[in-house]
Design a protein around this ligand. Structure first.
Ligand SMILES: [Zn+2]
Ligand SMILES: [Zn+2]
Length: 428
């Protein structure tokens, strides 16, 4: 399982230096369970706290009968939305969240984006390398309000807003973890859903749920004032496209091509435009051409436009492929410059139709990249907050998830569905 997962990591960066462990890094939790005799170890908020953080309770840590002093102390059953088999639609279910450890944060989930990966996983479409464990509760880009924190937590206080992306733990000690690349953990990161969960002995459940317990290191600070629903997708779609721009040093004026204009692709365009790169979108949807230009691309080219593809030969410094399935890539290799790289972030299958001689003649590279580390994820959140960059979203209620899935598969989303988990709570 671990070996096959690592096939994902196509461009693992081995230039690891002796990087000091992040001050805020916490050991993986080993102290779960009910053995937490000191009630003051929990800084607790009442169940009705979401609208009005009671920071006095944070300051004192004093338990209060009124505010529900046992929040997070024991495992809790929470409402979630998930699939029980590859063939069944998602529906409401109850799942258990573990008791909080000293380094944990309990998040009350407010908004959760729908990523194409959620669909692949719920339908067991990655069976060959990442078979789905059922029940499957997807969701790996979500934002919530901190409802309780463990005794050793320093990064959050009750009432703060935090976000979680695609992973919720890693070993913390391997060379990749120590270099802020937890996603490439040599012992395999614990992904937000469908990963073995050492804390429970089961598997992880994602953000299509009312609450989640996550080590604070894996919770991202969300700056005040941002649009929470439209920021949630940055935790997967944003970091997934930002990280290759950082790694391959996309600079002002360079030509970058974004292949596929969906949830990831539209974030790639926005992030590349923010760097003042010269952006071209490659799409199969004529209806998205105008959108690409509205988002700031110089032009949008249909894959089927052979004349345009020929005109663009040897023009691009970087290509980011966001298409969530394998497809013949040669025509895109052709538009790379000497020494340039096509980075795949979407397709998990074998590369198709690439001619070795064309890579050789142009010293071109095919690479892959998976999300980003926690520090880099914080960086993209802060970067976007400072520039008012956010996803274009359509807000839905949980009962609309299955219809949203159909629309994602048929490329009928502009450009990310976000589930409004808060609305269901308001409705009781
Ligand atoms: Zn995703
Ligand atoms: Zn590690």
């Amino acid at each position: 399982m671990i070996t096959s997962r690592r096939k994902l990591v196509l461009a693992l960066d081995h230039r690891i230096t002796q990087t000091r462990m992040n001050d805020q890094f916490n050991e993986p939790n080993v102290d779960h369970g009910p053995a937490m005799p000191d009630r003051r170890k929990f800084l607790v908020a009442g169940l009705g706290l979401a609208a009005a953080p009671l920071l006095t309770h944070v300051a004192t840590g004093a338990p209060s009968a009124e505010t529900g002093a046992t929040v997070g102390k024991n495992p809790v059953s929470v409402r979630a939305y998930g699939a029980t088999s590859a063939a069944t639609p998602l529906g409401a279910m109850q799942i258990e969240r573990r008791a909080m450890g000293a380094n944990d944060v309990l998040l009350d989930v407010l908004y959760c984006g729908i990523c194409h990966s959620d669909i692949h996983q719920a339908r067991d479409e990655w069976a060959t390398w990442n078979p789905t464990r059922y029940p499957c509760v997807p969701g790996h880009e979500f934002i919530g309000r901190v409802q309780a924190v463990g005794s050793a937590v320093t990064k959050f206080r009750v009432g703060d807003i935090g976000g979680v992306g695609c992973m919720v733990n890693s070993c913390g000690t391997c060379e990749n973890c120590l270099a802020d690349r937890e996603q490439n953990c040599l012992k395999e990161a614990t992904f937000t859903y469908n990963s073995p969960d050492p804390a429970t002995g089961g598997h992880t459940f994602g953000g299509y749920s009312d609450k989640i317990v996550v080590p604070e290191h894996f919770v991202i600070r969300i700056p005040p004032g941002v649009d929470l629903a439209a920021t949630a997708p940055l935790l997967c779609a944003g970091i997934t496209t930002f990280s290759p721009m950082q790694h391959w040093k996309l600079a002002r004026g360079q030509r970058v091509g974004v292949i596929g204009l969906g949830g990831l692709g539209h974030m790639a365009v926005k992030l590349a435009v923010a760097r003042k790169a010269d952006v071209t979108v490659f799409t199969t949807s004529p209806g998205k051409v105008a959108d690409a230009q509205r988002l700031g691309a110089r032009e949008a080219v249909l894959w089927s436009d052979a004349a345009a593809m020929k005109r663009l030969a040897n023009q691009f410094d970087l290509l980011i492929s966001t298409v969530p399935q394998a497809y013949p890539m040669q025509q895109f290799v052709n538009v790379l410059k000497l020494d340039a790289t096509l980075v795949n972030v979407g397709a998990m299958e074998q590369f198709q139709g690439v001619n070795g001689i064309d890579l050789v003649l142009g010293r071109k590279s095919l690479a892959g990249s998976m999300i980003g580390g926690i520090a880099e994820t914080q960086e993209v959140i802060d970067y976007c907050a400072a520039r008012n960059i956010k996803a274009e979203i359509e807000l839905i209620r949980p009962e609309e998830i299955n219809r949203a899935y159909e629309r994602v598969v048929s490329k009928d989303v502009r450009y990310r569905f976000v589930i409004d988990m808060a609305s269901t709570k308001a409705a009781g």
